[in-house]
Design a binder for this molecule. Sequence first.
Ligand code: BES
Ligand code: MN
Ligand code: ZN
Length: 498
Amino acid sequence: MPDTVSVSFAKHGAAPKGVLLALADDSLALGKETLKVLKPIKSTFERALDADRFRGAMGAALDLIAPSGLNVPRVLVLGVGKAGELKSQDFVRLGGLVAGRIPASAREATLIVDLPSGAVGAKAAAEIALGVRLRAYSFDRYKTKKKDNEGEASALSLTLLVADPAAAERAWAVEGAIADGVILARDLVNEPPNVLDPPEFARRAEALAEVGVAVEVLDDAALSEIGMRALLGVGQGSIKESRVVVMRWNGGAEGEAPVAFIGKGVTFDTGGISIKPAAGMEDMKGDMGGAACVTGLMHALAARKAKVNAVGVIGLVENMPDGAAQRPGDIVTSLSGQTIEIINTDAEGRLVLADVLWYAKERFQPRFMVDLATLTGAILVALGTVHAGLFANDDELAQRIAAAGEATGETVWRMPLGAAYDKLIDSKFADMKNTGGRNGGSITAAQFLQRFVDKTAWAHLDVAGTAMASPSSDINKSWGSGWGVRLLNQLVADHYEG
Ligand code: BES
Ligand code: MN
Ligand code: ZN
């Protein structure tokens, strides 16, 4: 399908335009609205069913080109499996499957949003549209050769035929905001590190003012004044300045404590003086995936006018080796007053988060803090690219995040914390050191963060395996996944609104 898709809704019965898409379940039944439209080609459809051994499984498709009797270039019937069992995330996935079947040459397409089990609600229709937008996304800003001579359309206009277009539009105002948030996060992760340095990331965050987010940017001088020396130490080997961005959305009751989201935003991680090997280092442009997620989430919450007070705080630095760079052996005093001995300058994300977590806690006294960080390679060893690692000092918050993960398909796996791990980061010379050795590397990283959250309910998501370079899915073909925006939006919607 073309990568720019505009979505609109019309009422069942409207004349289909372009490629016609319909849904069938695994009983091979069609919905009543679908039958009305496909009536002129009923016998063609039935013969094709037999010929193609189409069984209506989720993702299967029956493709009829230029069927006589209907004035459309193509009819695609998509299977949904067991129609009665479809949940929100299945409709999103279905949207991805729909988008994946639309030919690249199509300029117009129409989907009859209807199942044999009965009318599909407005919310489900909007969830399908969300899946379409997410699947269609591709980051090709830096490709100068247009894919022209293959007859590809540059944009697709997709109409969803529904029972109540006005209700679907209202649901789309919410799901479309989520789509925009995910896409913003993906764009940020995909951008090259020469373009997206800390000041540029901060400028992109400032654009959230357009949806009503209050954005504050703290520069090197301000951060030094405040005393964020753990964060500044990471950035001191780079010619780029560091930034901390505070994003506030006040959609909730006045004076109610906010929920807080904190993001690691290392716009490029060379490892610093403890430099990384060359192979694959280019992937470290995605080491700001946590900050990208927080920015995309704040966009989504504001654009859908969530009834919540939320703050997003991101720490933006570039980790480079040069004459001014931090050394192994250095001791820095963090904003909290606690001192940190630097053992490995490549364990930089926790240094950034230490100051940002402490800052968010002190300034906002939030109901909870959730941080996201591409923090450790060890979480990839433990969980692969399937789950993000979840660490928490609060069982209720952990359980709510896990449930939101199941609901959105952005799943997490809880990992342990405890005193026996915590003591591994005690230092000979300072209050703590910034690495605890190879074993349990994701856990000792989380223990380090926990030293900067006090009694605040807190959860840490290690997204090194999910924010970038994870295998493509039905709703994502992009390197930067935008992972976490849908998860945390769901968490807020389920428990912290109204
Ligand atoms: N940004 C990396 C972690 C990472 C690795 C993210 C692979 C995504 C993919 C992080 O800053 C890092 O370098 N961590 C070190 C910590 C170690 C030095 C204690 C690691 O995981 O090796
Ligand atoms: Mn590193
Ligand atoms: Zn890093």
